[in-house]
Design a protein around this ligand. Sequence first.
Ligand code: GLA
Length: 392
Amino acid sequence: MQDLNKLWKIFNEKFTDTGLTKGAFSAPGRVNLIGEHTDYNEGFVLPMAIDKKIIMLGQLRNDRIVQVFDLGYKTETKFYLDNLSPYKKDTWVNYLMGGMDEMQKAGYHLQGANLIFISNIPKGAGLSSSAALEVVTVLTMAKLNLLEIKPVEMAHLCQRAENNFVGVACGIMDQYVSCLGQKNYALFIDCRSNDYDLIPFKDHNYQIVICNSKVQRGLVNSEYNRRREECKRAAEFFNQILNREIRSLRDITVDEYKIYQSQLPEVIARRAKHVISENRRVQSGVQALRMGNYSAFGQLMIESHQSLQDDYEVSCKELDLLVDLALEQEGVLGARMTGAGFGGCTVNLIEKNYIGAFKESIKNKYKKITGINPVIYVTPPAEGAKVLELRG
Ligand code: GLA
């Protein structure tokens, strides 16, 4: 990624100095270690920020215009803060506009700004480049406008931007970890209370390795929404049958599931089984990591993938292949698909000494079977969104 001086040079060539507050900001992508499709069921997740991010440079303007230049795609646009509505073409702009729209709806007054940004988070790979763009935009606009917005509120503004403006009914995980991730820690989030805990993840023997399958099914949005609906139906069923309020599948224990599952339609029962068991896996996983028991954690990752593959049915053959190939390799403690599914990436827990051999073997075998060159990233847990510099 280019250094800040170079980026400022580009910024200064592009825009005339307004003499007002300027700054540089960043927000990372994420990988989820365990807890998939649990966030919108008010459950538990354990993602970490990765060392791939978006950097945005900005300066306030004296009017209500926002002018923005995407350095990666060499494309630009201009819009008015008084007139925000989603673009049908150039949909990347919606992530920025949506964030600003939600800030204004929350009562924050914004002045216009000149912005440029650059990203090294692969797009469409399930590593949350969209959440990072929302987060870096809201952070930039907040700081330039001298607004105090706490990270959890920021995450919610960004989630609403994605729900209302971009039109994707995502949960809170991606925006949350992009805002609150910390170096050498995974983030255990309770998606009901919004409490979080930092879980140390810097054992020198193990590393997180991400394999990008390079496939992305168009299905992801419709199937995602369908899963949400199925979970809602399951929760409604339990709410009727049990003698207490059930707001979501988060409220159901594995034992209760076992007693009543046969009364649910078969598909709905499997969806519920995944969510209920996944919540338990996250809690056990957090305990395992706290005790430094990485092999127990790896085992839970493997079980999570099985459940996503068989019961939740959001994997695909390329992801299953990457997991199978990984588990044949020496030094691999766990492997699973990560993110919404239907393509994107797998996340692997690997003993450091074996990473070189792992990369070479996976690249060769995956290419041989699918004809696709996978991309492999090794990343420690990185820090969340932050101010790189703020002047004036
Ligand atoms: C996507 C969504 C998240 C979460 C995951 C699945 O990344 O944006 O909110 O639901 O899928 O765990």
